[in-house]
Design a protein around this ligand. Sequence first.
Ligand code: PA5
Length: 445
Amino acid sequence: MISLNIEKTLGFVSKETIAAFEPKVKAAQEMLEYGTGKGNDFLGWLHLPTSITQEHLTDLKETAKVLRENCEVVIVAGIGGSYLGARAVIEALSNSFTWLQDKKTAPVIIYAGHNISEDYLFELTEFLKDKKFGVINISKSGTTTETALAFRLLKKQCEDQRGKEMAKKVIVAITDAKKGAARITADQEGYKSYIIPDNVGGRFSVLTPVGLLPIAIAGFDIDKLIAGAVAMEKACGINVPFAENPAAQYAATRNALYQSGKKIEILVNFCPKLHYVNEWWKQLYGESEGKEHKGIFPAAVDFSTDLHSMGQWIQEGERTIFETVISVDKVNHKLEVPSDEANLDGLNYLAGKRIDEVNKMAELGTQLAHVDGGVPNMRIVIPSLDENSIGELLYFFEIACGISGYVLGVNPFDQPGVEAYKSNMFALLNKPGYEAESKAIQAKL
Ligand code: PA5
């Protein structure tokens, strides 16, 4: 099971300061459990792992099978919470190079609808020209411009290339039960569709079909992913004492650090496969906590890569940061440093060592250096990169985020700030219904 170690924060905030958060954490846990806090109509994720039925998982696996059998490539069209969870899990579990190999055991998963880059979409449509591809159109509102635009292009191309009948088979919609253009299109075209529950917000939706379907199509075991989340739901439950509850400890420690002036949390990995877990976490915490002019700024780095760039800032820049490192205990493969008679590179002192041993020493050396440099450090150790551990990690971060947001005193489940750019963009594009805004914005230019 994953574990949290906060020892290397204690030189910066005292044990007592963290312990003093217990009543606030308890109150936050009760607000979540009894639905008495702000945003309480978005708590469907809280007991989601233990309420997922076997029938639901079987249905998802059957749909995944249809796409696996009929597609070389599957495009996940979505943005924010409607794609980051799937990408985080798929990239964490995938072989880094399979997508470049000719022989594949699962469709290649590609992402779209998360940008409006003409070049990206042109190159994607070019790439798909000779491919048997399918599309999962994911949007809770069903009206997000980035996603809708990509889906319009992909739907047409899929129908043109594969015929209407096959397109119907390989296009799936994951959206609201009733409202939005994605729902209307799915119903009219007769696509297989899944519902994003009303009470689950985008960034908490990875364990709904939003994440589970793409993950199953990519060939990963969604039963084990859910089993991991179930284990964490229990380990972080309201009745688990504060000192033994990793989500409570994480929420309390980061809030204690924030109060002491540490305004930025950097999520760190030493394994490039976790890059999109960082991205998913950034969205989860940034969108949940950054409001009312408050909130820890969630940043992320991939080490060793970023030790040779951001490492300088982290070691010696402004002392307003703390780090949370995700450390993978056991790697999945074995590779030793070979011995070399000439030893021209001077690396024979490492001969016979596992590469991971070198990586772990980089990790330890970095931790010691950063703590010495004034950066508090938490460590989340995950046993290995597999479905179980990733399921645990996802749920751990979700519940800790709910607790932490309530401790901070904000509504962790809304995102009013995301609307500002949309309204300006629609006004600039003269979207029907935005006439007054269009006039006002033109006057500003
Ligand atoms: O967490 C959220 O609610 C957001 O990041 C949404 O997931 C994102 O804006 C996409 O919205 P939608 O699923 O409605 O297209």
